[in-house]
Design a binder for this molecule. Structure first.
Ligand code: C2E
Ligand code: MG
Ligand code: MG
Ligand code: MG
Length: 286
C-alpha cells in the first residue's frame, strides 16, 4: 500500500500495484523526453588483453540522469524502452556516440599502438525490429569510421527465436567488418547450439561463472572448458566480472584472451577513458 497526500490534505491509501503502475507511466513519459533533453550518458569500461594487460577494448554502458530521480541504471529503463518502442532511437544514439568517441581515442593513439575497439549492447528487440543494421552501417560509411573499431554485443536470448532474418542481420554486420560478441555466455539455454548456428567473433563468459571459479571447482572447469572450446571454434574469449588479481591470473593461466571488471577499472566517462588509455600506454612502453 502506498500513501499519497490527497488534494484535501488527507492521506489516501492506494493499492501498491496502482502506485507502481503510475510510477511506471511517469517513468515512460520521462523516458520519451530523455533523448531530446540530453539526459543520457555513455560510460566506458576498459577491457584488457590478459597476456600483457594492454587496454584494447571498451564496452559502452548507458546511464540515464533523471532530473528528479537521479542516476538510473540500464537494467531499470532498457526493458521499459523496449516496451514503449523507444529502444531503436536510444540504440541509434548509443551507436553514434560510441562510434564518435572511439574515433577520437584512436586518433590520439601513438603510431604502432593496438587499435581500440568499442562494443555496444544491442537488445533482442532492437535487432528483431527495425533496420538498425542498415542505419548503423551507413553511418560508419558516411563518417568514414573503420568498422573494426566497433563490435556489437548480443545476448543468447536473441538467438532463442533466431529466425533467418536475425542470422541475415548479424551476417550483414560481420560482412562489413563489425564484430559480433555473444554476451553473458552460459546464462541462457543451449549455448552450444548457438555456437554451431551463428558465426560470432567473441564470447563473454558471464560473471556468475567467473565469480566462483576460485572457490568452486565446477565453475573453474566450466570456465576452462568454454575457453578451450571457443578457441577450437576460432572464437576469442572475454571474461566478465574480473574483480581480483587472483581471478585475472587464473583466467590468464586458463588461456582467456581478455578480461573486464572492477579489478581493472569501473565504467567511466569518455574523457576519463581517454586519460586512462594514455596513462596505461605510458606505463607499458616505459
Ligand atoms: P552487460 O552488457 O553484461 O554489462 C556488464 C555489466 O556488468 C555492467 O552493468 C557493468 O557495469 C557491470 N560490471 C562490470 N564489471 C563488473 C564487476 O567486476 N563486477 C560486477 N558485479 N559488475 C561488473 P551496467 O552498466 O549496470 O549494465 C547492465 C546491463 O544493461 C548490461 O549488461 C547490458 O545488458 C545493459 N545495457 C547497458 N548499456 C546498454 C545499451 O546501451 N543498450 C542496451 N540495449 N543495453 C545496455
Ligand atoms: Mg554487454
Ligand atoms: Mg555481460
Ligand atoms: Mg548482462
Amino acid at each position: 500500500i502506498a500513501k499519497t497526500a490527497g488534494r484535501n490534505g488527507f492521506c489516501q491509501f492506494i493499492p501498491a500495484h496502482q502506485a507502481a503502475a503510475r510510477a511506471r507511466r511517469e517513468l515512460a513519459s520521462d523516458l520519451r523526453e530523455a533523448l531530446a533533453n540530453d539526459q543520457f550518458q555513455l560510460l566506458y569500461q576498459p577491457i584488457v588483453r590478459l597476456d600483457d594487460l594492454a587496454v584494447v577494448k571498451a564496452e559502452a554502458l548507458i546511464r540515464w540522469h533523471h532530473p528528479r530521480l537521479g542516476l538510473i541504471p540500464p537494467d531499470r529503463f532498457i526493458p521499459l524502452a523496449e516496451e514503449i518502442n523507444l529502444i531503436g532511437e536510444i540504440g541509434d544514439w548509443v551507436f553514434r556516440q560510441a562510434s564518435h568517441d572511439v574515433v577520437v581515442w584512436n586518433d590520439a593513439r601513438s603510431p604502432g599502438s593496438p587499435v581500440i575497439q568499442v562494443s555496444v549492447n544491442k537488445s533482442p528487440r532492437q535487432i528483431l525490429t527495425g533496420k538498425s543494421e542498415e542505419i548503423w552501417l551507413n553511418h560508419l560509411t558516411e563518417s568514414a569510421i573503420p568498422p573494426e573499431y566497433v563490435a556489437i554485443e548480443i545476448t543468447e536470448g536473441l538467438l532463442l527465436d533466431a529466425s533467418a532474418e536475425v542470422v541475415r542481420k548479424l551476417e550483414a554486420f560481420r560482412r562489413s567488418g563489425v564484430q559480433i560478441s555473444l554476451d553473458d555466455f552460459g546464462t541462457g539455454y543451449s549455448a552450444m547450439a548457438y555456437l554451431k548456428k551463428f558465426a560470432i567473433d567473441t564470447l563473454k563468459i558471464d560473471r556468475s561463472f567467473v565469480k566462483d571459479m576460485l572457490s568452486n571447482p565446477s565453475d573453474r572447469a566450466i570456465v576452462e572448458a568454454v575457453i578451450a572450446m571457443a578457441h577450437k571454434l576460432g572464437i576469442q574469449v572475454i571474461a566478465e566480472g574480473v574483480e581480483t588479481e587472483a581471478h585475472s591470473t587464473a583466467l590468464s593461466e586458463a588461456g582467456c584472451d581478455f578480461g573486464q571488471g572492477y579489478h581493472f577499472a569501473r565504467p567511466m566517462p569518455a574523457d576519463a577513458f581517454e586519460i586512462f588509455l594514455a596513462q596505461r600506454s605510458n606505463e607499458t612502453t616505459a
